[in-house]
Design a binder for this molecule. Structure first.
Ligand code: PMP
Length: 454
């Protein structure tokens, strides 16, 4: 390995260098082609090297690349905020721009707390969340995240713990089944609110579809309607973390639309700029802005790069591209096709326990015993084996292991929204070869159903 000073995710691993991208493909320094089957980290939603975005980037750089938000507003940021208010459901008309999903969820938390302060309820400052969730890597966002593996090292520093179970129907935390369960997982939120006291709680945050910590775990019909009703009844705000699910990924502009609910705040990131520049946002409803506009007239958050004109111009070009090419509709249609193909794989391979998700945010969970849904022992490292074997074969999928308690194996399959059916066929065929190889490797190590179960 050449001498390196870059701190990479795994320090002793020799990563290939990405040098070129085109549509759904990435190419490394040896010229090897990869299908970007996870859009990076579910980000590169319109594919790589899109001419219109590159042109918007250059045009803005020729105007002005940086202005500071305490001194100026700028045209791209104004236009982007207007466009997002047209895209967003209900009265989510306001945008606060930041640089990453972690900052977007933290800003949502801060705005929720500020909202109650402005109304004279200073004690309402806790944010509830669910286990099996991911809201970001900074300490505030990680405090809200129920991602056992990512929390582990920082436990004493994290302020609070998630307080509700995930809507994980495949392996129900209450050992029940929908619809007989009567949405116990949603109702548990109300029990938690009673225990902690609504007078101490500012908001509840949830990913509409669980991404990084479970692999497209999708709640049943009625779940978010119930959550919203509980939040309203107890006077706490509902924050939807749409960093992964937003901007068309699930076949709707925002995933909460699948349940027909309008949150009080939405955190956005990833697909907002499709990875071309770092930009994220917290969308705020008129209702939440109202006491702030009357009160301190400023949001107590923000960064040097907040509302950066260069990033805003790029995000605007991405949203226009999605509109022009009807990519939200494409995500729904191609997602349906990909889902059918993945279900065929589930019928072929014993280790595939579940296939789930919406639009082009799909997940596949692997199990040691399909009947009992027993996870593989964590040391079997099934998720990483699938990811690494697919990588070798030129397919990128995203590891989403971790389940409720740190065990469980899953990957996300979330290609760019521009993917075509023939490309889906190729993606699925590589995935099929990958699973076949890993399955036979596990069998050669003695896997016979329950033997490797944790
Ligand atoms: N929320 C969700 C739902 C995410 O999936 C992620 C990133 N995986 C984040 C927040 C954090 O975003 P970022 O990595 O841009 O800080």
């Amino acid at each position: 390995m050449n001498r390196t000073y870059l701190i990479k995710p795994v320090l002793d691993y020799d990563y290939p260098t990405a040098v070129y991208g085109e549509g759904i493909y990435l190419y490394d320094h040896t010229g090897k082609q990869y299908i970007d089957g996870s859009s990076g980290a579910v980000t590169a939603s319109i594919g790589h090297r899109v001419k219109e975005v590159v042109e918007a980037m250059i045009a803005q750089a020729n105007q002005v690349s940086f202005t500071y938000r305490s001194q100026f507003t700028n045209e791209p940021a104004e236009k982007l905020a207007k466009k997002l208010s047209e895209w967003a459901p209900g009265d989510l008309n306001w945008s606060f721009f930041v640089n990453s999903g972690s900052e977007a969820t933290e800003t949502a938390m801060k705005i929720a707390i500020q909202y109650w302060q402005e109304r004279g309820y200073g004690r309402k400052n806790k944010v509830l969340s669910r286990w099996m969730s991911y809201h970001g890597i900074t300490l505030g966002a990680l405090s809200m995240s129920g991602h056992v593996l990512r929390r582990k090292r920082f436990i004493p520093l994290l302020e609070d713990f998630p307080s509700a179970s995930p809507p994980y129907c495949y392996r129900c935390p209450f050992n029940s089944t929908y619809p007989g369960c009567n949405l116990m997982c949603a109702k548990e939120l109300e029990t938690a609110i009673k225990r902690i006291g609504a007078e101490n709680i500012a908001a509840f945050i949830a990913e509409p579809i669980i991404g990084a910590s479970g692999g497209a775990v999708t709640p049943p019909d009625g779940y978010y309607q119930e959550i919203k009703a509980i939040c309203e009844r107890n006077e706490i705000l509902f924050i939807a973390d749409e960093v992964m699910t937003g901007i068309g990924r699930t076949g709707k502009r925002f995933a909460v639309e699948h349940w027909g609910v309008v949150p009080d705040l939405i955190a956005l990131g990833k697909g907002m700029s499709a990875g071309y520049t770092p930009i994220a946002a917290t969308l705020v409803s008129d209702r939440v802005m109202e006491p702030i506009l009357r009160g301190s007239k400023a949001i107590m958050a923000g960064h040097t790069y907040s509302a950066n004109p260069q990033s805003a111009a790029v995000s605007l070009a991405v949203l226009e591209y999605i509109e022009k090419h009807r990519l939200v509709e494409a995500a729904a249609e191609q997602g349906q096709y990909l889902m059918e193909k993945l279900q065929q794989l589930a019928n072929m391979f014993e280790m595939v326990g579940d296939v789930r998700g919406k639009g082009l945010l799909l997940g596949m969970e692997f199990v040691a015993d399909r009947l009992l849904k027993t996870p593989f022992h964590p040391e079997t490292d099934v998720t990483n084996r699938i990811v690494a074997r697919a990588f070798e074969k030129g397919l990128l999928v995203y590891p989403a292991a971790g389940g409720i308690d740190g065990a469980g194996d899953a990957v996300l399959i979330a290609p760019p929204l521009v993917i075509q059916k023939a490309e889906i066929d190729r993606l699925v065929s590589i995935l099929e070869d990958t699973i076949r190889e890993v399955e036979s490797e596990l069998r050669s190590e003695g896997w016979t159903g329950q033997l490797f179960a944790g």
